[in-house]
Design a protein around this ligand. Structure first.
Ligand SMILES: Cc1cc2nc3c(=O)[nH]c(=O)nc-3n(C[C@H](O)[C@H](O)[C@H](O)COP(=O)(O)OP(=O)(O)OC[C@H]3O[C@@H](n4cnc5c(N)ncnc54)[C@H](O)[C@@H]3O)c2cc1C
Ligand code: SF4
Length: 333
């Protein structure tokens, strides 16, 4: 591993000021915040990330889970995934988030992994993690060997000619369906970013994954007040039952009255280049009877724009079944 300076900023303002000296907050950043380290240290060992300065944010006061004045929930950036998953308010009001978190990684990793770190975890595309190979995300303009190579686990939604990498997070899929907001403290002040605007599609610039700029510190994430009587499910399909990333997953938050769906929030994981909210599926389901036929139609709508690669066409039907089954499970709960 290359050498780097390790710094413990005394407060958020000095952390932001120090990080603002970096050239970018995207791939190749020379200054990085470090939280649990479960993504960053792995990538540093592989020389995929080579920051010259690490800013340890674990002692900053960003570790609380608190009610917000509007009845929602504020989740600090350094709240560990395990603490969030087991928090009584999350289990009662946002069970889809608890289920998503508990489906990810292992108990040991969840004890280290943080909310902000999970938002910024990187793709598991094997070429991205291998510096002997070209990769547009790691080294812009070098090419995308995944398009003609191993792409079984990669994306079918939101891809571009430059990159087809999947966003691997489970937590983010639930947060997309819950319409979370990400709060950032930057060199010019604080701002709130709606979840759907935080991650970027690869397009022509796959090295740019989020809207973050140098110095931007995620301070917390807020969830809106819970929807009374909503039925929530996270379903994750993968090659083995634990310690594995999703091939396809679905987060659903449904409200049903008189046998009809009155409100639907739907997001998919394992299939998109970013956590994939599906307004198409939500529109197809709203006002429809809560039955198998409607759920299948919503799943068809969610995958209509899917573009498979040579090895992952199976994901289209897998994702449809995953979503339809998640909706059915939620409706029966
Ligand atoms: C073997 C393995 C299996 C896994 N399986 C799964 C899985 O099934 N599902 C899943 O969802 N995840 C999985 N993960 C990923 C895991 O959830 C992430 O590694 C973890 O959430 C990252 O959190 P962290 O605090 O360790 O991040 P770190 O490694 O500390 O940081 C990650 C990135 O976030 C940045 N960062 C951290 N905090 C902030 C902040 N406050 N503001 C701005 N930038 C910040 C860092 O600079 C870095 O770029 C797995 C990981 C491993 C190693
Ligand atoms: S899919 Fe993206 S991350 Fe993977 S090799 Fe292609 S450019 Fe790199």
């Amino acid at each position: 591993m290359h050498t780097f300076e390790f710094v413990r900023p005394r407060d958020s303002a000095s952390a932001v000021a120090s990080a603002a000296q970096g050239k970018t907050a995207q791939q190749g950043a020379d200054v990085r915040f470090i939280a649990g380290g479960t993504t960053l240290l792995d990538l540093m060992k592989l020389n995929v990330e080579t920051p010259s300065r690490l800013l340890d944010i674990n002692r900053l006061p960003l570790g609380k889970i608190e009610a917000t004045p509007d009845g929602g929930l504020a989740i600090g950036a350094t709240v560990r995934n395990s603490d969030l998953a087991h928090h009584p308010t999350v289990q009662r009001d946002y069970p889809v988030l608890s289920q998503a978190l508990l489906s990810g990684a292992s108990a040991q990793l969840r004890n280290m992994a943080t909310t902000a770190g999970n938002l910024l975890q990187r793709t598991r595309c094997m070429y991205f993690r291998d510096t002997a190979m070209p990769c547009n995300k790691r080294q812009p303009g070098s090419g995308c060997p995944a398009i003609t190579g191993f792409n079984r686990s990669l994306a079918i939604l939101g891809t571009s000619e430059q990159c087809i990498a999947t966003n691997p997070s489970d937590m983010c899929v639930a947060m997309a369906a819950l319409e979370a907001t990400i709060h950032v403290q930057g060199p010019t002040g604080s701002r709130a970013i709606p979840f759907g605007e935080f991650h970027l599609l690869p397009g022509e610039t796959p090295q740019r994954e989020t809207v973050l700029e140098p110095g931007d510190l995620i301070t917390h994430v807020t969830l809106p007040p819970p929807i009374a009587g909503s039925k929530q499910v996270y379903l994750k399909l993968r090659d083995r039952a634990s310690y594995e990333f999703a091939l396809a997953s679905a987060a659903v938050v449904l409200t049903i009255a008189g046998g009809n769906v009155t409100r639907a929030r739907i997001a998919l994981g394992g299939v998109g280049t970013k956590p994939w909210r599906s307004p198409e599926a939500e529109a197809a389901l709203t006002g429809q009877p809560a039955n198998e036929a409607s759920f299948r139609k919503a799943a068809e709508a969610a995958l209509r724009s899917a573009r498979p690669q040579s090895q992952n066409a199976f994901k289209i039907e897998l994702a449809k079944r995953c979503l339809a089954h998640a909706l059915q499970t939620a409706a029966m709960s």
